[in-house]
Ligand binder design. Structure first.
Ligand code: CP
Length: 322
């Protein structure tokens, strides 16, 4: 399932598709973050956005629910001048039994310039990347990866902490079922952060320490000296009854509350990819409090997806225009 199709003539990233942070090099992550900040500057200053996707079509196949990722990809593509087409499971021939591959081939026949895919099957973007000749962007595949979420998280850390290297980051919760955790672990480690994970043993993947992370089971000990706490949504829809803790029990042992924050560094930041189970993995006071950068993550999601679409579709260098 490798995407090591490096070819400098493809685009300035040198990859055809964005399938996962596992396959990105540090320099590629840096390039995406650099372009994200360039686009953010233009957006924040209300200046004209280079229409680098004018005349191009971006198709968004969202076969799993999404608010943030879907709307920010669509907004990103439109801000760059692309035409967009959003297809969901409901109302398409998927409901009649058409396979994902047949749907993708049908779409390719309409000559899009990029395809963004969210799907419940881990590996589905890799499969489409093998058979399609346009960039495929993974917008979340099952438990596997969610690379643009990790990239927007890294951009937000860079923005608020001024660096990623050396940051002590704790990821809390359902690591086993979290594509966000997996993509973040790969990306953060490549950028030199120190990553720890904490959660109930049933929600940590076997041999997670082999990903180069420190493993904790007790939250009050895990948060000590951390710069950033990244808490995750408990994915009740993906858990079987044996794995699923009660909401109250989970909140008591692994919920991020004001009293837990007091044990971390005074300037600790709290992140969450959303959507939030308020009162379960995070208290409303923390989610809405001064340490939370959850809505900054959402805002940065748009410019990160602008950068990814721009770079993968062969976008020109825009530094001179910023
Ligand atoms: N973070 C994230 O992927 O959110 P959505 O499911 O709303 O896209």
């Amino acid at each position: 399932m490798s995407d090591r199709k490096h070819n400098s003539s493809l685009n300035s990233l040198g990859i055809k598709s964005l399938l996962g942070t596992e396959f990105l090099e540090k320099s590629q992550i840096e390039t995406i973050i650099k372009y994200s900040f360039l686009f953010k500057k233009l957006v924040d200053e209300g200046r004209p956005i280079p229409q680098t996707l004018a005349g191009k079509t971006v198709i968004l196949l969202f076969f799993e629910a999404s608010t943030r990722t879907r709307s920010s990809f669509e907004l990103a593509a439109k801000r760059l001048g692309a035409t967009t087409l959003v297809l969901t499971k409901e109302g398409t021939s998927t409901e009649k039994g058409e396979t994902l591959v047949d749907t993708a081939r049908t779409i390719q026949a309409m000559r899009p310039d990029a395809l963004v895919l969210r799907h419940s099957s881990a590996g589905s973007p890799f499969h489409l990347n093998q058979i399609l000749n346009v960039p495929v962007i993974n917008a979340g595949d099952g438990f596997h990866e969610h690379p643009t979420q990790a990239l927007l998280d890294l951009m937000t850390l860079q923005e608020f902490k001024g660096r990623i290297e050396g940051l002590k980051i704790l990821i809390v919760g359902d690591i086993a079922h979290s594509r966000v955790a997996r993509s973040n672990i790969y990306a953060l480690k490549k950028m030199g952060a120190e990553v720890s994970v904490c959660g109930p043993p049933t929600l940590l993947p076997p041999k997670v320490e082999q990903m180069g992370v420190e493993v904790h089971y007790e939250l009050d000990k895990a948060v000590k000296n951390k710069d950033v706490i990244m808490t995750l949504r408990i994915q009740f829809e993906r858990l079987n009854s044996g794995q699923s803790p009660s909401r109250g029990e989970y909140s008591k042992f692994y919920g991020i509350s004001e009293s837990i924050l007091k044990l971390a560094k005074p300037d600790v930041l709290v992140m969450h990819p959303g959507p939030v189970n308020r009162g379960v993995e995070i208290s409303p006071e923390v989610a809405d409090g001064s340490r939370s950068i959850i809505l900054n993550q959402v805002g940065n999601g748009v410019v990160v997806r602008m950068a990814v679409l721009h770079l993968l579709t062969g976008g020109e260098l825009i530094e001179a225009k910023v």
